[in-house]
Design a protein around this ligand. Structure first.
Ligand code: ATP
Ligand code: MG
Length: 597
């Protein structure tokens, strides 16, 4: 094993942050002090809890408490339709609309604990349905609207859906054919859409049903441990798992939004993730609202000019996006960025995949501020490790654990136990001390799998990482993706980041290919930036660059150019698919694959 397995990542200098003189003072100005003084009990006190000691409900904390405190007129959600429409809801309006939805669920015979699914684009009704379901005590489960019929059917069946909010178009394309096979699905509500086909039999028109319901609703007592959300994992490494979260998760959503995303009530915040993924719910809905900000919701898919235009015209001040989007921006070039006025933007963060050091630096160069990487999973419900606004950034590192979160590098030992690796720079599995409020409480229908995620009081994340002497965590790779070559364990992230240093490379993914001598050799797949064409010469040049930076053992031996890398719909590179295709093996579960490729 090399002494420092991710040494190649540390090439770029640390980005120093000012210690004072900010235009907007960060919510967390001194990491060590915040960590030392943090108590979850104090975080709970930042929320209001239901009046009369009736418990804790996500929707009350997100919306109603602001209305009660006289902030109902503040803009909660600005919706940008894909065809140029705009719709705005203030906190009071969102409160009323979600009350109507909660009343509707009751009228339709849904009971607390019942599962309400959504298969809908990013339209206001999706957000209203989520909040209304929380209010009614139902468990909300958003699905990504671009899923094909089979992934939708499988998730509805696995999650025991009682109601589904969708559109007439999506219903006809994806659900009508198998509806009979799901007798438990008793209600289908169709959200309005332009040029909607006629309401199919057996479904309800959501707008008129909501209009017929009262705008007042009293949230029933809600135990903080009551289930609220069911989220399916991205399916990057296999069949997606259904992670169940409870209302108490809102404590973590709120405080991570405040400290890791630095949300201030005057912010205009844009989280680009779809609520079909946990990021789009925890940070595209709950955390921004509990923190009282105005959030932008864009219905359209990624389009670089549109995204820059939104950042500029909506005066977005805090932006939360994903590495895949950042890499697309890099690919398009900084000239595009320079055409827009991004002066309102003060904090940018990224999640979902490792953020290559080059991307952090590119943000600083092209957009005037660095990206702040943070790490978490569907299972953790909220941000666990982050680069905080006031903390120096080491490009390529995920940052430090949230106050209140104890992280460690561990090694699995015999009989299911684990041993904490104390020494810095040692590679091992990233683990979190169990018990934070947004920790998942189950994988639905898979109790054994859930139990296997825990050992000795730790939640084992399945990701490999290391911690440096300053306490920063560095992602090495998912344990499933790590490559064993000539006696070394190589994390794909390091190799891919080095490939991305080459001026022609936009994106890179590496896999291990079986080899009789080395056990595995590394093969790279690379997409090119605009203005560069694939050639044998370029291939040799990129491989030579990798050899220079990584040494002959760890550098890829083979490289293919490809127009696209296979990704999940949440934008994560599916290395397992590249590998299966390369080796001619079965592709496994591809329900989350972005597009047929
Ligand atoms: P599945 O569990 O179904 O294979 P998934 O793990 O991709 O899918 P998510 O819960 O959406 O599903 O993603 C969490 C994973 O994404 C993390 O475990 C990690 O591997 C990766 N990830 C998230 N953020 C980061 C980050 N900042 N740096 C590196 N990896 C990250
Ligand atoms: Mg996972």
């Amino acid at each position: 094993m090399p002494e420092n397995p991710t040494a190649a990542l540390t090439r770029l200098p640390t980005i120093r942050k000012p210690r004072s003189g900010w235009a907007v003072a960060p919510n967390l100005t001194d990491y060590e002090a915040a960590r030392a003084g943090f108590r979850w009990e104090d975080a709970r006190r930042e929320l209001d809890f239901l009046p009369g000691g009736r418990g804790l409900n996500i929707a009350y904390e997100a919306v109603d408490r602001h209305v009660r405190a006289g902030r109902g007129g503040r803009l909660a959600l600005r919706w940008l339709g894909k065809n140029g429409e705009r719709r705005e809801l203030d906190y009071a309006g969102l409160g009323e609309a979600s009350n109507r939805f909660a009343n509707l669920l009751g009228r339709l015979g849904l009971r607390p604990g019942d599962r309400v699914f959504a298969l809908l684009g990013r339209v206001p009704e999706l957000y209203i349905a989520a909040l209304g379901s929380f209010k009614a005590g139902c468990v909300f489960s958003p699905l990504f609207s671009a899923f094909g019929p089979e992934p939708v059917r499988a998730r509805l069946a696995l999650g025991d859906a009682r109601a589904l909010v969708t559109s007439a178009t999506l219903y006809q394309r994806k659900i009508a054919a198998f509806r009979e096979s799901l007798p438990g699905l008793i209600q289908i509500l169709l959200a309005p859409e332009a040029d909607a086909p006629a309401t199919p039999p057996g479904t309800l028109d959501l707008s008129s049903a909501l209009a017929a319901c009262p705008a007042r609703f009293e949230i029933p007592p809600t135990d903080p441990e009551q289930p609220a959300l069911l989220h399916f994992t991205s399916g990057t490494t296999g069949r997606p798992k259904g992670a169940l979260h409870v209302h108490a998760a809102v404590i973590a959503h709120h405080v991570t939004g405040k400290l890791a995303l630095d949300l201030h009530p005057e912010d205009i915040f844009w989280c680009t993730a779809d609520p079909g993924w946990v990021t789009g719910t925890s940070y595209g809905l709950i955390a921004p609202l509990t923190n009282g900000v105005s959030m932008v919701v864009d219905e359209a898919e990624f389009d670089i000019e549109r995204w820059y235009r939104i950042l500029a015209e909506e005066r977005v001040s805090v932006w939360y996006t994903a590495p895949t989007a950042v890499r697309m921006m890099i690919r398009a070039g900084e000239d595009v960025a320079r055409r827009y006025d991004l002066s309102a933007l003060r904090f940018m963060a990224s999640v979902g995949e490792p953020l290559n050091p080059e991307a952090v630096e590119w943000g600083r160069m092209a957009l005037g501020r660095p990206f702040h990487d943070n790490w978490w999973q569907t299972e953790t419900g909220g941000i666990m490790i982050a680069n905080f606004a006031a903390m120096d950034i080491k490009p390529g590192s995920m940052g430090k654990p949230m106050p209140g979160i104890e992280a460690a590098i561990v090694r699995r030992v015999k009989d299911g136990g684990v041993e904490v690796v104390d020494a810095p720079e040692e590679q091992g599995e990233l683990a979190l001390k169990r018990g934070w409020p947004s920790m998942f409480r189950a994988y639905i229908n898979e109790p054994e799998r859930y139990a296997n995620c825990f050992s000795g009081g730790w939640y084992l994340t399945g990701d490999l990482a290391r911690r440096d002497a300053d306490g920063y965590y560095w992602f090495v790779g998912r344990s499933d993706d790590v490559i064993k070559t000539s006696g070394h364990l190589v994390g794909p992230f390091e190799v891919e980041s080095v490939l991305m240093e080459h001026k022609a490379v936009a994106e890179a993914a590496v896999i291990g290919k079986p080899d009789p001598v080395a056990l595995e050799v590394i093969k790279a797949f690379v997409t090119l930036k605009s203005g560069h064409a694939a050639s044998e010469q370029l291939k040799r040049d990129i491989l030579a660059h990798a050899r220079r930076r990584l040494g002959a053992v760890v550098a890829p031996k083979e490289l293919d150019f490809t127009p696209n890398l296979p990704k999940t719909r949440s934008g994560k590179i599916m290395r397992r698919l590249l590998k299966a295709r390369e080796l001619g093996l079965p592709e496994g579960d591809t329900s989350a694959l972005e597009q047929a490729q």
